[in-house]
Design a protein around this ligand. Structure first.
Ligand code: IPM
Ligand code: MN
Length: 353
């Protein structure tokens, strides 16, 4: 088969880590006979510099016409200290989500045995933790009506959800739970918010269709506490946009593997695969970034394209690089392999598979 992949490398270390994932996909292609065609487009600060727009029309078209999008990172410190900047790289991200209808952000969190000592939590709490956070990504308070009063002394944002928006993401979450340990937790604030009560009502109505799945309901404050107290309790979590933003960041650090975590944003047209970490501007151009999160994002992409054996081959090669301790400086200062060397090592492990 032929697959076209839009590659949006973006800012900071984005281009370096994306290049390693491309290497890996090319190795997968040469082994399996599949062809991947990579079409590069600018996004984020790089795109603002080139076109004035953080998500240019041509970038959108490239995404729309591709089978999947491989995304690096966006963000540049030159915008962070300028709250009045009219265009910001992050706007590109929000527009991409909206225009591609990326309604679900999926972040699997796994404890890698080699990294457990990096966790802020005690090893026995973390060992064996393995869960997924599914965050609604195109609705809620991120996209609701907002405004400011004329005298500028009042401002508001609105959290709005419709039943169909909730149904489509909760359905996806039930399906994920069905392929995993069959436990689903809805995280909301139904004791206060009307929109959360609609999430709860909708999920309760759907429970009957998935009788093999145990559903649990948690208020978001309680969930934030339990996730650090008892991370192994969770299998699949599903939640609204803002709650998911917070919970997924919290979740990503507890296993000590932030630099290794991949994510997928499932779309109505094309889905996007990207590392959870950011653009790490201090590391840009130094060939020191850890490419594993992006390579594992490419593995999620392969799963999404129904190339599940190929995805397993990539994960096995990543495991091998860590087992052999062939790793970048964030994982082992002494070993301190370069980003491109780790990419080559994983590529070669695939070619030998
Ligand atoms: C994320 C980020 C974005 C968000 C920002 C950069 C707009 O924090 O992807 O989680 O809040 O969604
Ligand atoms: Mn966030």
């Amino acid at each position: 088969m032929n697959y076209t992949i839009a590659t949006l490398a973006g800012d900071g270390i984005g281009p370096e880590v994306t290049a390693q994932a491309i290497k890996v996909l090319e190795a997968v292609g040469s082994l399996s006979g599949h062809q991947f065609e990579f079409n590069h487009s600018p996004v984020g600060a790089v795109a603002i510099d080139q076109t004035g727009d953080p998500f240019p029309k041509d970038t959108f078209k490239n995404c729309e016409n591709s089978d999947a999008v491989l995304f690096g990172a966006i963000g540049d410190p030159k915008y962070d200290n300028d709250p009045k900047a009219k265009v910001r790289p992050e706007q590109g991200l929000l527009r991409m989500r909206q225009m591609l209808g990326l309604y679900a952000n999926i972040r699997p969190v796994t404890a890698f045995p080699q990294l457990i000592h990096k966790s802020p939590l005690r090893a026995e709490l973390i060992e064996g933790a393995d869960f997924i956070v599914i965050r609604e990504l195109t609705g809620g308070i991120y996209f609701g009506t907002r405004g400011r009063s004329e005298d500028l002394n009042m401002a508001f944002d609105t959290m709005t959800y419709t039943r169909p928006e909730i149904q489509r993401i909760v359905k996806l979450a039930f399906e994920y739970a069905g392929r995993r340990d069959k436990r689903l937790t809805l995280i909301d604030k139904a004791n206060v918010l009307a929109s959360s009560r609609l999430w709860r009502e909708t999920t309760q109505d759907m429970e009957g269709n998935y009788s093999d799945i145990a559903v649990d309901y948690l208020f978001v404050d309680n969930a934030a506490m339990q996730i650090v107290q008892w991370p192994k309790k969770f299998d699949v979590m599903v939640t609204a946009n803002l709650f998911g933003d917070i919970i997924s960041d919290e979740a990503s650090v507890i296993t000590g593997s932030l630099g290794l975590l991949p994510s997928a944003s499932i779309g109505l047209s094309t889905s996007v695969f990207e590392p959870v970490h950011g653009s790490y501007p201090q590391g840009a151009g130094k060939d020191i970034a850890n490419p594993i999160a992006t390579i594992l994002s490419a593995a999620m992409m392969l799963d999404h394209l129904d190339l599940t054996d190929e995805a397993s081959t990539v994960r096995a090669a990543v495991d091998k690089s860590m087992a052999d301790n062939f790793v970048t400086e964030d994982l082992d200062k002494e070993v301190s392999k370069k980003c491109s060397e780790v990419g080559d090592y994983i590529k070669n492990a695939i070619l030998k598979a």
